[in-house]
Ligand binder design. Structure first.
Ligand code: TYC
Length: 101
């Protein structure tokens, strides 16, 4: 077709929103040992002992602490794995996720 317009169209590309990131939140409780919380933060969230200790103390003192931010499926998977690990040891340790504003 001689008069086919091969130039790319401009101004028609829909703007794609970046997917919202999701926070993983550590919840305090009265029963899970501090050392166990630190161990889970190291094992599931790749923290070193010093960082894990600080995050654990924040949750202990304030009731909760934001641990990290991930894409939704990763945040949910990590939170579930962390809760399951605690359950296996009989502790009520809880992690939740929520979208960032
Ligand atoms: N509060 C617990 C204790 O005194 C320790 C703890 C800290 C538990 C943080 C959960 O998210 C938590 N043994």
């Amino acid at each position: 077709m001689p008069d086919t317009d091969l130039k790319p169209k401009t101004g028609t590309k829909p703007k794609l929103e970046r997917p919202r990131m999701h926070k993983v939140i550590l919840i305090n409780d009265d029963y899970t040992p501090r050392e166990f919380v630190v161990m889970v933060l190291e094992a599931e969230f790749g923290m070193n002992e010093a960082t894990a200790g600080r995050v654990m103390l924040t949750a202990h003192q304030k009731g909760s602490a934001v641990i990290a931010v991930y894409q939704r499926d990763i945040a949910e998977t990590k939170a579930t794995r962390a809760v399951d690990m605690a359950k296996k040891f009989g502790f009520p340790l809880m992690f939740t996720t929520e979208p960032e504003e």
